[in-house]
Write a protein that binds this ligand. Structure first.
Ligand SMILES: Nc1ncnc2c1ncn2[C@@H]1O[C@H](COP(=O)(O)OP(=O)(O)O)[C@@H](O)[C@H]1O
Ligand SMILES: [Mg+2]
Length: 223
């Protein structure tokens, strides 16, 4: 599903090149559950954003479902993203002007799901995440943990084949965090959803069947 070959990304400041990622090689098959770990600043978010086609790179090749991402036009990339990917952002990225309900509904609008069906799907996920009572509130009226739950609900609502989650439980309490991890496990095992998560928690990382360790923009080891 995902094939990263010799991927490097850098920034140049004052003529000096600083690598954000250096020669990253990674193949991920459909149905895998992967955890990415590493110290702050090691390139985890950069790597996840590249995998999610939200960010480019300077060297190497990236094949996503056999499509050469680096050669695709923006429109085609964005179609692939909408078709396959649910992204849980580290900083939530909710739309301030939309309510909780409308934020979660957005991916279904992109997929042209009918109104009645949309209402049923959103109602179901609000219920599952126990945020029915928050549906008419705006993101600024929610706690960090509640915003994170909305961000996760939005990523899952379109039943993506690939979930990319950047520290998805960083702002949740331990019970909520465990519920999200159990939900990921269920989606992976029962529905065959491919999951790539960034986490600082050993316990959450253990849900993955492969754990990739990043250090200074390189893959240091895999276990
Ligand atoms: N667009 C950018 N411009 C400059 N530096 C960046 C940019 N994006 C990331 N960085 C830097 O690259 C490094 C890796 O960032 P990031 O991928 O966010 O790390 P992590 O998610 O592992 O904490 C950090 O030192 C960060 O400050
Ligand atoms: Mg990060």
């Amino acid at each position: 599903m995902i094939d990263l070959k010799h991927i490097s990304k850098w920034i140049t400041v004052g003529g000096v090149r600083t690598f954000l990622l250096k020669d990253v090689n990674l193949s991920i098959k459909e149905g895998e559950f992967i955890s990415i770990m590493g110290p702050s600043g090691s390139g985890k978010s950069t790597l996840l954003n590249i995998i999610g086609m939200l960010d480019g790179f300077d060297e190497g090749e990236y094949l996503f479902v056999h499509e050469a991402v680096h050669l695709l036009k923006e429109k085609h990339r964005s179609q692939l993203y909408k078709q396959y990917i649910g992204f849980v952002f580290q900083a939530y990225h909710l739309i301030d002007e939309l309510t909780v309900y409308e934020n979660i509904e957005t991916p279904l609008l992109y997929q042209s799901v009918k109104t009645s069906e949309r209402q049923a799907i959103v109602a179901d996920i609000l219920d599952r995440f126990q945020i029915v009572g928050k549906k008419n509130l705006f993101p600024s009226q929610l706690s960090g943990g509640q915003q994170q739950l909305v961000g996760i609900a939005r990523a899952l609502v379109s039943k993506p084949k690939l979930i990319l989650a950047d520290e998805p439980t960083g702002n949740l309490n331990s019970k909520q965090g465990e519920e999200i991890m159990d939900l990921f496990k269920k989606l992976n095992e029962e529905d065959g959803v491919t999951i790539i998560q960034v986490t600082h928690s050993e316990k959450n990382a253990a849900y993955g069947k492969r754990i990739i360790h990043l250090l200074d923009g390189r893959i240091e080891k895999e276990e």
